[in-house]
Design a binder for this molecule. Sequence first.
Ligand code: PEP
Ligand code: MG
Length: 746
Amino acid sequence: MMNRLRAVMAADMDNEARLMEVVHLIANTMVADVCSIYRRTDDDRLELIATEGLRVDAVHLTFLTIDEGLVGQIATTAQPFSVQDAPRHPSFSYRPETGEDPYSAFLGVPILRGGRVIGVLTVQNQTARHYKDDEIDSLQTIAMVLAEIVAVGDVGPEQTDAAREGRAVNLKGRALCDGLGMGKVRLHDPVIPAAKFFAKDSHVEAARLGQALSDLDASIDRMLSAEIGGLWGEPREVIEAYKLLASDPSWAEKLREGVRGGLSAEAAIDRLRREHRARFEKVKDPYLRERLHDLEDLDNRLLRILAGTEESHIGGNGGTAEPEVLVARRLGPAELLDYGKSGLVAIVLEEVATSSHAAIVARGLGIPTVGGISGLLTHVGRGDTMIVDGEDGMVHIRPDAVLRKAYNTRQILLSERQAAFQAQRGEPTETKDGVKLQLMLNAGLGLDMDYLQSTGADGIGLFRTEFQFLMSDILPKVGDQIALYKKVLDGADGRPVNFRTLDLGGDKMLPNLNDAREENPALGWRSIRFALDQPGLFRRQLRALIRAAAGRTLSVMFPMVTSAHEFRQAKALLMTEVAWSRDKGHDVPSDIKVGAMLETPAFAYALEDLAGEVDFVSIGTNDMLQFFHAADRMTPAVSDRYPFVSRPVMRFLRQVRETCSRLDIPVSICGEGAGRPLPALCLISLGFHALSMPAGGIGPVKRMIRSLDLSVFQPAFEGLLEHPEPALGNGVLELAHQQGIILADD
Ligand code: PEP
Ligand code: MG
């Protein structure tokens, strides 16, 4: 059958004739009285486009709605369906023009492409009969081959006119990781050309598949091994789950079956991939979606292994030095780790959540990334040139000469800037008038620890422990948590590390744990509230922190505390865990510092009650600003109502700083704003001498500090705070300019 199908596919004829040949061939081989093909039209109907057995004059005249009859049922469920006596089935829809009265038995399978049902292939018999599993299987295989003709030969999602004509397109997405990159598009989802569908020799194909499966196994083992893991255990469960899936005999057996049936190894995988994708598109449950995505990820991984050096190779770009921009619908964290840094200068994703695991890993790897561009794949083709700006979320596809030139200029400036930052790494973080400041890092992945070295930061001001939970599909075991925290402390090598306890909820949801829909998630069941209500989970984390810091200083802070009572509850749990560890004979930390994050205005007024109880306060300005201004940090439409450098914010922060000084509570700032020179200048002028920020902020902020004479700037800044005009940002810019303080590149 496959040989004959291959001959039909290769024959020189138009598609209409080819489809008629195919239905004839299928009907003959399957001893069916009828074989028909329906195509899904642009307006979501199902059009009869070829038939053997039904009336030929019904072709192109018979249309069904997308959910009409048994054919519609297959289109909407994306599943095969068979029945012995179709006319008696409640979903049967009778179309007299087709002359299908005498046929009882019915079997239909979806024609899938890119995760979408693009048609339905059916066979019918006069006598009531039962279609066997292997017949259903063969029909599915044929449907896969047919997909390419039904889709009229397009490869990948339908391209826009601009893409077909090679015109430039600029798209705006969501900036996920800073930086700028230009390179050739590399499509993450391998496309199998129709010519590669059939096996020339089934034995050779079976051997290729066998080899690829064992290479896959080995590659997953390598990822699990310490040298490549790099993430220090966080994604271990994800990879372990892959391993389980990869060694599932039914998955491999389905692939082998395809090859035995005459498909090439690639086509056998592609067939399963289409099924997985179609199921993925239908499933709403986040946990199941992740599982199906993992399966699709495995399919893709195996395809890349088969492509070997011919095309993209797993773990890199096959040694070619050409910079590449990875373009994908969506990307799992392990998939991204597969590519590693080699050759990738940027990543662009169609789908993405802010806390997307891939975005977290991209930041860890320092690859400029933009996400959330719907329809992205319709605008690009493999090999197109693309500029990705991870700072403003712009993506320029097939840029013209002017844009490329602008890119090159900016890239040179950025590299010069980078070199200058490197050069100042060993210099003291000190103002011109000798005020010493502390610049710390915000981190969340084992990978981030590399930045301590490269930026010369003074420590980790905020370690977001929830990232390990977000990276993993199952809750990280205490042992894995201990391993991560130990590595962080080892990596910090005596420099201070503030572990922020689990900050889940809000935009950081764990499927199956806190995915209840809320009206206002930012104001809802999140952060310390969530942790206190999940004492089992919270205490396990505290235990892990205590064990990891045995014999060293443990510095812990609780997120989004709103009252003294909450802080005391959380601290009591920590102390109970310390006592428990001691009772069990474990070593405990030599010193414990317990802090709180000030992220709500309410907590500013609770500090009075906590003198002597709280060891330090760190102001999380990302959350604090949204509550202060009542402007959601995730809603772009109100992003300009969220100013950092404004008099109300600065007066509030000044008050917090004064309260902390009076109560003798050390206070620092974490939150992204501390990593931008303009707000950082204001914060320093208010008397905040410890700032924690993303790695990219250290260089520019340090440069600003080294150009600042605080004794001159500070009084002028205080003066500005007392007057209503000009807008504070403008006033500070003006002052900085007059005093030669370097805030930006120009
Ligand atoms: C903050 O809110 O400022 C903060 C540092 O925490 P996160 O951004 O993780 O909510
Ligand atoms: Mg926060």
